[in-house]
Design a protein around this ligand. Structure first.
Ligand code: HEC
Length: 144
């Protein structure tokens, strides 16, 4: 049996396999190119409130503790779907506002950022925007 596996067979498997997976790769690339523009919601970032919230998100290093759609630090809850989890933008704002300035004794907790009402509206608008991104069902459950 091993005698029938010739150099030509090996070469054909190599070329055939390479061609097959190249075609799979091209088909998936083509499919992605079709889908991604439909999912792209970046024009929403031209909304000044959402843009200001994104700026707050970046300048306060929320991602140093939290993940956003899976990206970031795993110290604190995922926030990509926090508006859904907490039920409303109001609940998210109330949570951020209510953090004790002195922290929670005995552990590193969510800081008090001292945001103005305007800041709270902006960060909540940004988190609401993120919760509506079509992220292929990520995070997989409401707990994040
Ligand atoms: C030093 C780490 C740290 C940073 C920085 C941080 N957080 Fe948090 N956050 C936490 C922790 C820990 C919790 C979980 C509740 C607690 O222990 O206070 C939390 C909880 C939350 C929650 C509630 C999540 C839930 O599902 O209960 C929201 C909303 C939130 N953070 C928003 C933010 C935003 C917005 C920023 C940036 C402006 C931020 N956090 C920055 C640590 C942090």
């Amino acid at each position: 049996m091993s005698g029938s596996f010739t150099t030509t067979t090996a070469r054909n498997i190599f070329y055939g396999g390479t061609l097959f997976f190249l075609l799979v790769f091209l088909a998936l690339t083509f499919q992605n190119e079709q889908i991604i523009p439909q999912r792209d919601q970046r024009e929403m970032l031209s909304n000044p409130q959402i843009a200001a919230g994104k700026k707050l998100w970046e300048t306060n290093n929320c991602v140093g503790c939290h993940t956003l759609l899976g990206e970031g630090a795993y110290f604190a809850p995922e926030l990509g779907n926090v508006v859904v989890r907490m039920g409303s933008k109001e609940a998210v704002k109330a949570f951020i506002q209510s953090r004790p300035a002195e922290g929670v004794p005995g552990r590193r907790s969510m800081p008090q950022f001292g945001f103005s009402d305007q800041d709270l509206d902006n960060i909540a608008a940004f988190l609401d925007y993120v919760s509506k991104i079509n992220a292929a069902k990520w995070p997989p459950n409401v707990q994040g």
